[in-house]
Each structure stands twice: as structure tokens, then as C-alpha cells.
Write a protein that binds this ligand. Sequence first.
Ligand code: HEM
Length: 420
Amino acid sequence: KRRRAHGHGLCLPPGPWQLPFIGSMHHIAGKLPHRAMRDLSRRHGPVMLLRIGERHLRKVAVTELLSARRVLSFRAVREEEVAALLRACATCAAATGPGGVVEMRARLSALVADATARVVVGDRCKDRDVFLRELGRAIELVAGFNPADLWPSSRLVGWLSGAVRRAERCRDTVYGILDRIIEEHLVEIDSGRAGENEDLLHVLLKIQKEGSLQIPLDMDVLKAVIFDIFGAGSETSATTLEWALAELIRNPKAMRRATAEVRDAFGTLGTVPEHALGELRYLHLVIRETLRLHTPLPLLLPRQSREEACRVLGYDVPRGATVLVNAWALGRDERVEVDLKGADFELLPFGAGRRMCPGMAFGLANVELALASLLFHFDWEVPGLADPAELDMTEAFGITARRKANLLLRPILRVPVPGL
Ligand code: HEM
């Protein structure tokens, strides 16, 4: 199945696992190629597929970095980060007054950003809060409807709107943070301390240093890759979690049912084990419904028509035209009932086709464990809200459909949090 998916129907030879940009290069770099390849062939057979020096970030991200197998290997990271979130909520639950309220967006963004950072750069990011602030700004800037995007050839429009300046400031701050992280990684590599804790950035830097790629992996490309995965991963998952909680608060019956399901399933264990989350049928429906109602990327990512003669519903789409797909509107079309994995084109929270989100398994794993754990350990209420139906559900402007209003919730501890 895997072979067919990779090779468009071709039966390609097996080969070692690959990384974004560098393909199989890290298995060979720094060694004598003929020896390294002999060793690899002992594992993969006499005919191997090695991808070397080719830019195929997307394909590799799907199959390796964000594949179901790799996502599974990060389970411990997710469990630790969710445990930290639960401890923070338990501390709030024990406090009185304003200290007893959790600002959910900040907490959920921190959770997802920390989990993603640990996978990509090996540790939490010390500048996480600045990073998240800049990410928020970037999300507004890339919504695609600011004058600088609509009239890209007019320098005057760009200058007047200020968008370009803001984008440059944002880039400089983010790249500054990444420069520091890269600096630390380089020191670790030079002192031989990267060792067993090698993360994605270590590997990319080593390859870059050896200069063994056909296409040079310059620092800007490297930073763009890291920022892309970071940004794509944190914002969407945090947004989904926040809306899921808000929808449950607004629908007390659904909240009771989801909470009862997770407490019935794991009450005797006293904690939510990720490997058993498949049992929670209702929770999965809640997440699916959240993604339908609050599609985190409502217009997906813009596409550009490449073909001369592309026809949609009998109309010509000129080459170079930007095409937007309103996944949010499709999801709200009440005439259809479908699956969310992009096979049914009516519900596309992760997009579809060759640009479909490669982080779906990663994102869903974060969302499922966090939501199940929050419902398992706590009851949730909105201070001062008499009627749950009145909870403000306004969306903010940006490429993602965040909540506009802060979701301030009071946690009430129901099942003790381990480690407190
Ligand atoms: C609930 C969580 C998530 C949702 C709803 C989501 C949704 C999406 C959507 C709609 C797209 C555009 C697809 C298209 O235009 O057809 C996308 C692209 C992308 N996503 Fe996600 N995503 C999520 C989590 C993640 C995570 C956790 C990662 C990585 C750690 C990630 C990495 C990416 C990347 C790199 C792209 C760009 C792919 C490309 O341009 O080919 N996403 N995502």
C-alpha cells in the first residue's frame, strides 16, 4: 500500500527513512558512501531507494516526520506536556478569586507549542511567549485580504498599508529566536553533546555543515522549514481545542455526555492513557463536529492554477489565478454526511489532495489527549455566565478562525491530577 502511494502505482524499492529536504542523506553524510550504502543494503535489500539532495519536503514530511509511526513515537512528549497543563489547571482550581480562572487560549497555545518544539528542536522554546505573539501577528497578516497582497505590484499600496513593514518586523523577531536556538544546537554539535538526543534541527545542521547536499541548505531555508512546521502545528491544534471547549460549554448535554464517557472509561485508572483513546467514540465525534463548525483554516491554503485549460463546473479558471476553497462553508452544508480525512470533498478540515495537511495525525493526537484529559479531571464553568447559550462565539480575523473573545474558564477538580 505504502509503495503504491509513494510511487503513483510504481513498485519502488524499499529504503531507509527520510527527512525533509535532505531525504536519505543523513544515513550517508560523514561516512564513506560505499560503506554506508553497503550497511544500509544489509537492512533494506540489494536494491534500495535513496533520495538525495532533492527538495521534497512535503512528501517526506507526510511519510516520515509526521507519519502515524513517528507521531506514535512522540507519545511520551505529549503525555508530559498534557500533564503540565493539568497541573497548571489544578493550581488554578485550588485558588480563589481571579487566580481561579484559566485563560484557555494562552494555556492551550503553550501546550501545543511546547509539544511541537520538543519534537522539532528537542526542547521547549525559552522565548515561546514572544514566538506565539509573533505567530498571532503573522496569522492576521497572511489572511490574504490586505491591500499589499491584493495589489502586490504597487509599492505605494504596500507602503501605505504598512503590512510589509509589519511582516518584516515579525520575520526578524521570529528569525532572531530561531538564530538563538540554532546557535545552541551548533554548540552542542561541536562539543559532541547532541548524541542520542538528536532532533530534526541537529540533523539538518549537521548536513548543512558537511556541505554534502546537491542543493545548499541555507540558513533561511532551514529557518523557514522550522517556522512552518511550528506555526502550522501550534495554531491549528490550539484553535481546535479552544473551540471544542467553548462548544461543550454552550451545550451542557454534550458536555455531560463527553465527560461521562471519559470518566467511565478511565475512572479506575485515575488518568487518561493515550493508547486507549480509541474507546472514546463520543469524544471523537465532538472533535469532528468542532472541526466542521470551526474549520481552523476556513479557506485552506490558497492555490494557484497551473494548467492552461482548467475547467470547474463548466467555467475556465485562467492559469495563474488564485483559487480559494471555502472548506468552512462546505462543512456547514446541511445536505451532506461525511468523513473528515479528505476523501469526501464535502468536509475538509485538513484539506485534500497533494497539499493536504501532513500533520493531521500529529494534530489529532494532541487534541484528543488534551481534551479527554481536561474533561476527565475537571468540570468547567464560565464565571458569571447565567445562560451557556450566551457564550460569545465570535470569530477573529486571520488566516485561521480563532475565537475573538478570550475563553476564561473556572476549573473544578473532580479527579486528582497525578504528581500533585
Ligand atoms: C487540528 C489540527 C490541524 C488542522 C485542522 C490542520 C489543517 C491544515 C490545512 C487545512 C492545511 C492546508 C491544506 C490544503 O490547503 O489542502 C494544512 C497544511 C499544513 N499543515 Fe496542518 N493542520 C493541523 C495540524 C498540523 C500539525 C500538528 C502540523 C505539523 C506539526 C501541520 C503541518 C502542516 C503543514 C506543514 C502544512 C502545509 C502543507 C503544504 O503546504 O503542502 N498541521 N493544515
